[in-house]
Design a protein around this ligand. Structure first.
Ligand code: S3P
Length: 446
């Protein structure tokens, strides 16, 4: 089990390109596998989670070639080097069409990836065969009823122990539904929309608040008949999906650690390039700006149907904030790092309406609270959020990730703001989304 030892050395200065977007990489594989013909995915996230999705479709007979891209660390003094993760790859997929999948040999292992398992449930619901889905210890603790219920209404048959993995899915003839999801979840919405591709007629999903909309955008680009109005998405089934040539932007959720570090570490100034800024993902920017952060978007553009920009951040003093409601789904993966920022803001920060954090890769309300307390922070745990009292400096400590990549990286950033050396244990999990994270951090420190 790896560990990270970290302490403040120098301000973080330079330019970087975060790794490719994880959510978009998963969806690019899925929709390419279901399209008819050859798709090319550029800047694919070559990390454990999306590779679980690749493995699943290979097991179902889809020809997928993964070419890894050589890393690029450009150094041209006096401008600070452009740091780039080593994850970007080119993936070529010969799609079999909606009905071209074959029954997998053996169980499909989704590893740590909730997105792989839940979106696959949607695809498998429409197949004329059964498949068994399993995952690692963390995934085995994550609730699947949220996808099983609507997909069962559509006609799929699931077997599981109390709605947790491993689970078997038997697909078949599906009928379209109009579903009001009790949770704002892109995984639930996407599973239903993918199953909707196998229905005669229109499938409708409405969420309490709008979650990330990458599936909708990519389905539209592939020629599906999809309409979005507010937090409702409708897809008409049985349309042939076209292959695509698409480029995945850098992942905002990975950029988030450097956005926070650049703001929190005195003297820092960072430009985070080519990053996805889909408004369903960038709650963290709005929140940090309201807290007083100096953040600017530059060079805003669109790449493969997704908004992309360069994000400039500079060290700033933050004040506490109260937040909840529609900000929650837009910020869902950024709460651990936002809590680190709150721990260093002036005054109190109160987060509510974020119960979903309890069912992520770890119970992120509990894990953030316990680890920040070890670093001297006053934290109250609420059923659906946290109250965090900011302080000027954190106390160095030995902290742990609980096998959760976003907790590991958030604590590494916290370590830069502590009064001595902090040890973060169990950091192998960082490879699920951001191989090379610490190398980039160290290079920014100069
Ligand atoms: C994801 C959706 C979110 C997010 C997860 C990735 C996706 O989960 O937390 O990391 O790719 O669809 P929920 O949709 O369950 O909120």
């Amino acid at each position: 089990m790896d560990q990270i030892r970290i302490k403040f050395t120098n301000p973080l200065r330079g330019e970087l390109i975060p790794p490719p977007d994880k959510s978009i990489s998963h969806r690019a594989v899925i929709l390419s596998a279901l399209a008819e013909g050859k798709s090319v995915i550029r800047n694919f996230l070559h990390a454990e989670d999306p590779l679980s999705t690749v493995g699943a479709f290979r097991q179902m007979g889809v020809e997928i070639e993964v070419r890894s891209q050589k890393s690029e660390v450009r150094s041209h003094p006096p401008i600070p080097p452009l740091l780039r993760g080593e994850q970007g790859g080119v993936v070529i997929i010969n799609g079999n069409g909606l009905s071209g999948l074959r029954k997998p040999q053996g169980d499909i292992d989704c590893g740590n990836s909730g997105t792989t398992m839940r979106l696959l449930c949607g695809v498998l619901a429409g197949q004329p065969f059964s498949a068994m889905l399993k995952g690692d210890a963390s995934l085995t603790r994550r609730p699947m009823r949220r996808v099983m219920e609507p997909l069962t209404q559509m006609g799929a048959v699931f077997k599981s122990e109390n709605g947790y993995p491993p689970l078997s899915v038997t697909g078949g003839e599906l009928k379209p539904i109009t579903y009001k999801s009790p949770v704002a979840s892109a995984q639930v919405k996407s599973a239903i929309l993918l199953a909707g591709l196998y229905c005669d007629g229109v499938t409708t999903v409405t969420e309490p608040e709008k979650s990330r909309d990458h599936t909708e955008r990519m389905l539209k680009a592939a020629g599906a008949e999809i309409k979005v109005e507010g937090s409702t998405a409708r897809v008409k089934g049985r349309t042939v999906l076209s292959p695509q040539d698409l480029t995945v932007p850098a992942d905002f959720s990975s950029a988030a650690f450097f956005i926070a570090a650049g703001i929190l570490v005195p003297g820092s100034e960072i430009l985070i390039k080519n990053t996805g800024v889909n408004p369903t993902r960038t709650g963290l920017l709005e929140i940090l700006q309201t807290m007083g952060a100096d953040i600017r978007l530059e060079n805003e553009r669109e790449v493969s149907g997704e908004p992309v920009a360069d994000i400039y951040v500079k060290h700033s003093t933050l004040s506490g904030i109260d937040l909840g409601g529609e900000m929650v789904p837009k910020t869902i993966d950024e709460f651990p790092i936002l809590c680190v920022a709150a721990a260093l803001a002036q005054g109190k920060t109160k987060i509510t309406g974020a119960k979903e954090l309890r069912v992520k890769e770890s119970d992120r309300i509990a894990t953030v609270a316990s680890e920040l307390r070890k670093m001297g922070v006053n934290v109250a745990e609420l059923e659906d959020g946290l109250i965090i009292e900011g302080r000027e400096k954190l106390r160095s400590a030995v902290v742990q990730s609980y096998g959760d990549h976003r907790i590991a990286m958030s604590l590494a950033v916290a370590g830069l703001l502590a009064d001595g050396e902090t040890v973060v244990s169990d950091t192998d999990c960082i490879n699920t989304s951001f191989p090379g994270f610490m190398e980039i951090m160290r290079k920014l420190e100069g």
